[in-house]
Design a protein around this ligand. Structure first.
Ligand code: SF4
Length: 463
């Protein structure tokens, strides 16, 4: 199972893992594998190019011994699956994000029938919900994602998601609650509710007079076993991603009132200029966005706030770009997931006039990242000396932490005292690296922050 892209791809793959292991399949190394399932993202052109070159890599081994069989899943399959199926004989199955529920049966069919080549892209989208829930097989035993809705109806002018993931489709509330309960029983201590726009949840239900995310979030936060003011938290809940125009006061109230809900929020701004926001077909102004930020910050003190921002959109002037820089200074996000605009074929923005040279896009990205790195570092340095409850979810990665930002500061691992460094996240979703015993994995521990970098914190366990 090879997974690239967002957490929705991770979640989809975990469900497929669970289904396949229930049928007796075993996950193994790539060298030994008879079947490789690639689940990928197509939001950026670069990710698609990566999958394309990855598929080409299997040619020598296919020519030599007719293995491995390759299946392509996720939104990357929706956008390039048919081309991959016709070009590479080793690609024997393609399945879009909404057909992933049919993947286990499809994989069985292609492995049982050497001549079979399956295209599941045009099948029943509801099949996704037929997959077994993720319990036994997960990437991380202590943290789990739960998809609450698929697709998107917003058609931002740069985005391919509505075309590859389809229309917005909410999952029944009882299914979600049942899955969360099963995960809690299986040892999961942190749940992230997932969707392209989680806070639009339920607006597609028959007879709905608006989104029902606040009510869902409260129900999840009250599931038995979740933290409810206990001294030792039992489990906590996050959600990602939120659509600014659907981020309403009732959600903020749940965040403020339910101890299990983490004080962290990703609220994509995308641009600081109203002119660019309009071109992007985002349905808010900068002032309206700022108002949402003020509302949530006043109700949830110490909130960890992150955002997504695109630079170099077609027609973006230097003045527009500076409006984005001013937004960073004014709002002071904890972290910005930034990207230089890249054309996605089939979206309105791809043919808009005023496309900027790559060099300008990258130069703006570098300037934006430098400005944000300084803000992030200064926020993080202000946390030194504070203590947070941290869920110890894994060992820290060896070597420098990964960064997607050119010029971004790397975090060296914590000093090697007390064995291999551990890693966890604060309630505000900041990564903390600290020395500790592996018996702490899966536990909540109090960690005092001793040093800060742009991309992570370092700390020590406080008894
Ligand atoms: S809200 Fe806009 S950016 Fe987000 S998935 Fe939908 S179309 Fe894409």
């Amino acid at each position: 199972m090879k997974v690239w892209g967002c957490q929705m791809n991770v979640y989809d793959s975990d469900r497929v893992r669970t289904a396949l292991s229930a049928r007796g399949w075993e996950e193994t190394s790539e060298e030994a594998a008879e079947l490789v399932v690639i689940t990928g993202c197509s939001v950026r052109a670069k990710a698609e190019q990566k999958v394309w070159s990855e598929l080409g890599r299997y040619e020598p081994s296919w020519r030599k011994n007719r293995r491995p069989v390759v299946a392509l899943a996720g939104c990357v399959a929706q956008s390039m699956g048919k081309r991959a199926l016709s070009r590479f004989p080793w690609v024997r199955l393609v399945s879009g994000p909404r057909h992933i529920g049919m993947l286990p049966d499809g994989l069985q069919r292609v492995m049982d029938n050497p001549g079979a080549r399956l295209n599941l892209l045009d099948d029943d989208p509801r099949a996704f919900f037929d997959l077994p829930e993720v319990t036994a097989r997960r990437e991380n035993p202590y943290r789990a994602y739960v998809t609450i809705a698929h697709g998107c109806d917003n058609f931002c002018s740069y985005c391919i998601v509505p075309y590859v993931r389809g229309r917005f489709l909410s999952r029944p509330k009882e299914d979600i609650l049942r899955e969360v309960r099963a995960l809690v029983e299986d040892g999961v201590r942190e749940i992230t509710l997932l969707g392209q726009n989680v806070n639009s949840y339920g607006k597609d239900f028959p007879g709905a007079d608006g989104p029902a995310f606040a009510s869902l979030l409260r129900s999840v936060a009250r599931i038995e076993g979740l933290e409810r003011g206990a001294r030792e938290p039992a489990l906590r809940v996050r959600f990602v991603t939120s659509l600014p125009q659907d981020f309403t006061r009732d959600i903020v109230e749940v965040m403020a009132e339910e101890p299990a809900v983490c004080p962290s929020l990703n609220l994509p701004i995308q641009a600081g200029s109203d002119r660019v926001l309009k071109l992007m077909n985002r349905k808010y102004t900068y002032a309206e966005y700022l108002e949402k930020v003020r509302m949530v910050r006043s109700a949830v003190p110490g909130l960890g706030l992150t955002t997504d921002l695109i630079v170099g959109f077609p027609g973006e002037t230097e003045e527009d770009f500076e409006a984005s820089l001013r937004a960073l200074e004014e709002i002071r996000f904890d972290l910005v997931h930034s990207a230089a605009y890249s054309e996605r074929e089939g979206t309105p923005a791809a043919t808009m006039p005023g496309a900027l040279p790559q060099q300008v896009r990258l130069e703006r990205l570098t300037r934006l990242n430098a400005a944000q790195d300084a803000i992030t570092l200064s926020i993080n340095q202000g946390l030194v000396g504070k203590t947070y409850p941290v869920l110890v979810d894994s060992y820290a990665p060896r070597g420098p932490a990964p960064t997607s930002k050119p010029g971004g500061e790397l975090c060296p691992p914590a000093p090697p005292t007390g064995g291999r460094p551990l890693q966890g996240r604060t309630p505000t979703d900041k990564v903390v690296i600290f020395p500790g015993d592996e018996a702490l994995l899966g536990q909540f521990v109090n960690v005092r922050i001793t040093a800060a970098e742009s991309w992570c914190l370092h700390g020590e366990v406080v008894r």
